[in-house]
Ligand binder design. Structure first.
Ligand code: NAD
Length: 476
């Protein structure tokens, strides 16, 4: 081990735990353990693998309070959100527990035999996750990987390793054999090893766009299959006919929930005039009731994950002010008892598309209102943006909503729904700079990413076999 890393509770700045940070040798050792375990894990009958996944889901459910408490201490989430996150891990495991039986191939009858295709795992998988929602996001990688017969090395972000490490222990408790589910607490050194080690066959990554691009390019160059989900800047269009109370509730939830540290957070509200003033009034009324504080003590919004990140988000607020946006309420003024990386909700009005607070991902509790005159102008903003993770439209006009769902260039769309919450059953992922690779995470695309097809043509000769024939088979 090269160094130790101090995990800090962002709600009181106290040390949670000192954790070893893996160096190259320690990372490679885990990859090799996973490699060794692969042959036997792949051979476990699909039905038996399904039972182990169900057992893992049950163990996670049995430990949901403990996992949620760890996440609150480590990432500053509220307890309600963290319980949802633990449940999402169990749901995704349960969904994929049906997969080993569902990894259907095809059978095609041909002359005197059958062609069959079936799906096989690729080998050892690297699962690299960010600090926000690291528990469910880890599950989106490890559940389909295990279901398809892979072994894996999971790498959480440096600041938030607690639940990943515990999930590694719970996998063993559930009966998953040693060496199948490995957790490495590491940094770039471990990521680079996962991207280049010949023992790794595919990499599933979620994080910021520059690193997602780096991971995709480095991993594919080394011959791996890679899916790399990146950053986001999600727009919510509010048309003049929308229910403004519903839209304001949604803006509050999707803008400030999880302190805006969600890849599905709404950060740009595109208000189609004349409703901007009214909408801002309703959002402001609601925002004054948000209690910022320790997620274990009934707060609605917890701290930001680290001091560096808190200061980065505050610097964006300063930049927005300097660039001429109007601050409606300012999160820098929040007062919370005790130490912690605090920042309250901030709302900007009069934001212009050229401003950095509009162009870049802030990843904190900062909402921007952009005023436009028409639906077409609003749509163009969304489609011209570099990110295409999620978006939403609020309207009572079914025709406008249908037009939007067909015309918008974004991977996940909500209609009178602020964020399409990542359920186990459908795949999750964006377009443009929000995704590098071909497939989205979990759901049916998860099965696709974690398998490859094999075609087998077999023929069993019968007594009518006619001897040597150098022509092509006549399978008509
Ligand atoms: P990040 O890119 O900094 O880190 C993600 C992972 O990459 C971590 O495990 C980290 O250790 C590793 N890493 C960091 N720097 C690296 C480097 N130079 N070389 C190799 N590996 C490196 O992202 P983050 O700050 O942990 O997470 C927040 C970001 O994740 C936001 O941009 C957010 O939008 C994004 N995110 C996206 C989704 C999605 O579904 N698209 C979901 C959650 C979070």
């Amino acid at each position: 081990m090269s160094a130790t890393y101090e995990v800090i509770n962002p709600a009181n700045e106290q040390s949670v735990k000192s954790v070893d940070l893996a160096d190259l040798a320690a990372t490679d050792k885990l990859i090799e353990m996973a490699h060794k375990a692969f042959t036997s894990w792949k051979k476990i009958a699909p039905g038996d693998r399904a039972k182990l996944l169900r057992s893992f889901a049950q163990v996670v459910s049995d430990h949901r309070e403990e996992l949620a408490a760890l996440e609150v201490t480590n990432a500053g989430h509220t307890i309600g959100n963290a319980l949802w996150e633990a449940d999402n891990v169990a749901n995704v495991l349960n969904y994929y527990s049906a997969s080993p039986e569902r990894l259907f191939g095809k059978q095609i009858p041909v002359a005197n035999g059958v062609d069959i295709t079936f799906k096989e795992p690729l080998g050892v998988v690297g699962v690299i996750v960010p600090w926000n929602f690291q528990m469910p996001i880890a599950g989106w990688g490890f559940a389909p990987a295990l279901a398809a017969g892979h072994t894996l090395v999971l790498k959480p972000a440096e600041y938030t390793p607690m639940t990943a490490m515990r999930l590694g222990e719970l996998a063993l408790k559930a009966g998953i054999p040693e060496g199948v589910f490995n957790v490495v607490h590491g940094d770039k050194v471990s990521v680079d090893s996962l991207l280049t080690h010949p023992g790794i066959k595919s990499v599933s990554f979620v994080g910021s766009t520059p690193i997602a691009k780096y991971v995709y390019e480095t991993g594919t160059k080394a011959g791996k299959r890679v899916q790399a989900l990146g950053g986001a800047k999600n727009h919510m269009i509010v048309l003049p006919d929308a229910d403004l109370d519903l839209a304001a509730d949604a803006a509050i939830n999707a803008g400030f929930g999880s302190a805006g540290e969600r890849c599905m957070a709404i950060s740009a509200i595109v208000a189609v005039e004349p409703i901007a003033d009214k909408l801002i009034e309703k959002i402001t009324e609601r925002a004054t009731k948000i209690k910022t504080g320790d997620g274990t003590k009934g707060a609605d919004m917890g701290p930001l994950v680290t001091k560096v990140h808190r200061d980065k988000v505050a610097a964006y607020i300063e930049a927005g002010e300097k660039e001429g946006a109007k601050i409606v309420f300012d999160g820098r003024k929040v007062v919370v008892d005790g130490d912690g990386f605090w920042l309250g909700p901030t709302l900007f009005d009069q934001v212009k598309p050229s401003m950095s607070i509009y162009q870049e991902e802030i990843f904190g509790p900062v909402l921007s209102v952009i005023r436009v005159k028409s639906y077409d102008e609003a749509l163009k903003l969304v489609n011209d943006h570099q990110y295409g993770n999620g978006t939403a439209i609020f309207t009572n006009d079914g025709g406008a909503a249908r037009r939007f769902q067909n015309e918008v260039e974004v991977g996940m769309v909500g209609i009178n729904v602020p964020i399409p919450v990542p359920m186990a059953y459908f795949s999750f992922g964006g377009w443009k700079n929000s995704l590098f690779g071909d497939s989205h995470a979990h759901g049916t695309e998860g099965v696709h990413f974690f398998t490859r097809g094999k075609v087998v043509t077999s023929r069993w000769l019968d007594p009518s076999h006619g001897g040597i024939n150098l022509g092509f088979p006549q399978n008509t």
